[in-house]
Design a binder for this molecule. Structure first.
Ligand SMILES: [Zn+2]
Length: 353
């Protein structure tokens, strides 16, 4: 058993090494302008208690973020604002370096201000944060985090009518729950994936109904999860951090019930963004990467560009409305080899993050 595990581990190491070498080579020999867009979500120190309530693919430590910055500087990448790269691409592409890198952060987490901003400021790194505008200045968070918190409440009775909506999504975790064991974020991952078959409003309605039952004694909401407008204003002050749109409520746009809700999420978000005391840019970012024909049409009408969750880098021939990105977190990029392997995997072809 142990031997099999070791074999698997060394096979993974060699695959990663090959991917890393492939990426390093492609970065080195590339001559025509390319943009790598790096995507982050939460930035939390390794010992931060909120890591217990977060999906593993969502978090990077400030040290790993700094490792990425230092690596990009070392290989001579031009670290640039996303909107400025697009502007140059469309008006003066001769000014673009062979390799540019844009740092982006999705969702507008408060920890971006607390833990990422000091690193970005110290290293003078321009970055774009994609905001979910109706959550700013509220104590709210997103449904996956609420579901993890719910699953970690050992006092819940899964036979109660208020929890029947969740039961079909528990999969192999049913035993863990009935035996009262702690559900780790890793255990919760497949449950969250399964819940994505429901639309966001339905999940939020169900969570609201179960809220009164959630007797968790741990005060997990003592800390605000999302940025405040004062924090946004401070980050925007010298133009180093800019703010794009990530809808009003982070609803996945392919599952919406009406055209009015779709417009509210896409057009309304831009209206909110313009009222903020911030450096707003009309660039849209699709929540969860979910697009639809109607959402793409609206985005094209109201924005100048859009980020997807498709992986790869962007060349000057590439559409501004289908920007590819690389999703980075501690699990896939905490060393130079792991970072390059993730970039290498992303460059290989179409793959959802
Ligand atoms: Zn998001």
């Amino acid at each position: 058993m142990e031997g099999k595990k070791n074999l698997k581990r060394s096979a993974k190491f060699f695959v990663n090494l090959a991917l890393a070498l492939q990426a390093r080579l492609r970065l080195a020999i590339n001559r025509s302008p390319k943009l790598l867009i790096l995507t982050y979500h939460r930035v939390l120190p390794l010992d931060h208690p909120e890591r217990k309530l977060e999906q593993p693919g969502m978090v990077v430590s400030p040290e790993v973020l700094n490792l990425h910055i230092q690596y990009m500087k070392r290989i001579g990448a031009d670290i640039i604002h996303l909107d400025e790269w697009l502007d140059r691409k469309n008006h003066s592409s001769h000014l673009l370096k062979p390799l540019s890198v844009a740092f982006t952060f999705d969702d507008g987490w408060q920890d971006n201000f607390q833990y990422a901003y000091p690193v970005l400021k110290r290293e003078r790194i321009p970055a774009t944060v994609f905001l979910v505008t109706k959550l700013i200045d509220t104590p709210e968070t997103f449904w996956p985090e609420k579901v993890i918190e719910l699953l970690q409440d050992k006092s819940l009775n899964y036979d109660s009518p208020e929890l029947q909506w969740l039961k079909p999504h528990l999969g192999q975790n049913t035993a863990i729950l009935t035996e009262g064991l702690t559900v780790s974020p890793e255990d919760a991952d497949p449950i969250i994936r399964s819940l994505k078959s429901l639309d966001d409003e339905t999940i939020l309605d169900n969570l609201m109904k179960t809220q009164s039952m959630n007797n968790s004694t741990e005060d997990t909401h003592a800390r605000r999860a999302i940025l405040s407008s004062a924090e946004i204003a401070e980050m925007a002050e010298d133009g180093q951090i800019k703010f794009g749109a990530h809808t009003r409520n982070h609803f996945r746009l392919n599952l919406l019930k009406s055209a009015a809700v779709l417009s509210d999420q896409i057009v309304g978000c831009l209206e909110d963004l313009r009222k903020l005391p911030s450096a707003d840019i009309p660039i849209f970012c699709y929540p969860n990467g979910n697009e639809s024909g109607a959402s793409q049409d609206l985005v094209r009408r109201h924005y100048t560009a859009a980020c997807t969750t498709r992986t790869g880098w962007n060349s000057i021939e590439h559409s501004d409305f289908a920007l590819k990105r690389m999703n980075l977190h501690d699990g896939n990029s905490s060393s130079h080899i792991a970072l390059l392997a993730t970039i290498g995997r992303g460059l290989l072809g179409p793959k959802q993050l």
